[in-house]
Design a protein around this ligand. Structure first.
Ligand code: SOE
Length: 410
């Protein structure tokens, strides 16, 4: 069989086929859950959407050589590195994708921007406002050199939430009065769950607040099209000591006893109310103790002319109430968000076939590739990520002051 003609600069995709599009060579740091999800996004985006540049899974980086080489094989990366600084220096990396715990986001992003790379950084942008502020300033300066940076708030890229944003922008809800949003998980209900990095402030920055709360703050502000002005908050850590991750071949109680226990230094749950700049009122709940709720991000917006409601566990659907309908016909109706004129759907399956969680990372990769090709700032930017970090800091400050209303610093 004749080999496909390689046009200048096209390069070959991992499966050897030339696409005729210039490559966008990705170097990713991290290979756990987010590394797997982002790999899926980079692998698939160019095969589903007609992109101006072809994502290439160039190199994956992780400290453990055996594990990162296995991840490269499993997720389709052409090379593996154990030193992220060496990866950033490679000339076969155009974009650095940061999928590590929050304590390394700033160091890696700043080095990548200095090295002339584009950057995608997982949420939350950083562990502190100070770090996020430095990153946002560096990204702004890099923008002037044609380098682009984005934060991975992927729930903006569910077709249903993107449709909700379109409907709010079209004025279908009118002036917003309420936004109520929860993000409910239950993976910490068992007190024997070990003290992993997400439970240590020095690595994660915060607990449910930064992990889940960052998502719902960003999504609420994105859908509302405006920002929070201030918050009143409660946060709690229900289980303060947990078994250290067991080492060695013997697991179970003997390993736990051998390893001992450690202190949880982050929040388990955060509840806060907020006022938007328009005066709309909001309520937020982020918890890892909602027994039975696995990944239940639910948001509802109530406006003068109507309401919208979304549930991540039913992510192909959007509930809409048109408040202008005559009383006899009024009520919430379900929009099945699978039509070709719905956001992102033109590239996928026929109506009714549905998408999933992983597709949000494909859409994230698609949108970032287009922004890079057009030299346009992708959203959410590092500045957006900094603002979310400021909201999280205000939540913590309010909670420390018995829920006193705390303005969001600008
Ligand atoms: C937490 O369990 C988590 O993995 C978050 O870190 C992700 O951002 C979210 O998308 C799924 O849940």
């Amino acid at each position: 069989m004749a080999q496909p003609q390689q046009s200048e600069g096209a390069g070959a995709t991992p499966d050897g086929a030339a696409s005729g599009k210039p490559p966008l060579r990705v170097g990713m740091v991290g290979y756990s859950f987010m590394g797997a999800a982002h790999s899926q996004g980079w692998r698939t985006a160019g095969r589903v959407f007609d992109l101006p540049r072809r994502p290439v899974l160039s190199v994956i980086c992780g400290r453990d050589s055996t594990a990162v080489h296995a991840a490269a094989e499993r997720h389709g990366w052409a090379a593996a590195e154990t030193d992220w600084r060496a990866m950033i220096a490679r000339d076969d990396v155009d974009l650095v994708d940061i999928c590590t715990p929050g304590d390394s986001h700033a160091e890696i992003a700043l080095a990548a921007l200095t090295a002339g790379k584009h950057v995608l950084c997982e949420k939350p942008l950083a562990n502190t406002v100070e770090e996020a502020s430095t990153m946002a300033a560096a990204a702004e300066e890099a923008y002037s050199r044609g380098q682009l940076a984005m934060v991975g708030f992927n729930y903006r890229r569910v077709p249903a939430t993107a449709l909700a944003r379109r409907m709010v922008t079209e004025g279908r809800l009118g002036r917003l009065r309420h936004i109520r949003v929860t993000y409910l998980q239950d993976w910490l209900v068992d007190p024997e769950f070990p003290l992993t990095w997400r439970l240590r402030k020095e690595q994660a920055g915060s607990g449910s607040l930064g992990d889940l709360g960052a998502h719902i703050v960003d999504l609420a502000q994105y859908l509302a099209g405006e920002r929070l002005a201030g918050v009143s908050a409660l946060i709690e850590t229900f289980v303060r000591q947990r078994p250290l991750p067991g080492g060695g071949p013997t697991s179970g109680l003997s390993a736990v006893k051998a390893a001992g226990t450690g202190q949880v230094t982050v929040d388990d749950a955060a509840l806060f109310t907020g006022r938007f700049t328009s005066g709309a009122l909001a309520s937020f709940e982020a918890t890892r103790y909602a027994t039975g709720r696995k990944n239940a991000l639910r948001i509802e917006l109530n406006g003068e002319r109507g309401s919208l409601a979304f549930d991540l566990e039913r992510l192909n659907e959007l509930a809409y109430h048109d408040g202008t309908e005559p009383g006899a016909h009024a009520g919430f109706r379900r929009i099945l968000v699978t039509e070709p004129d719905h956001p992102y759907l033109e590239a996928w399956w026929p109506p009714g076939h549905g998408l999933g969680y992983e597709h949000t990372f494909v859409h994230q990769a698609r949108d970032l590739v287009h922004a890079i090709a057009e030299g346009r700032q992708p959203e959410p930017s590092f500045a957006d990520g900094l603002q979310v970090q400021r909201v999280l800091a205000a939540v913590e400050e309010s909670a420390e002051k018995n829920s006193v209303y705390t303005p969001i610093a600008v």
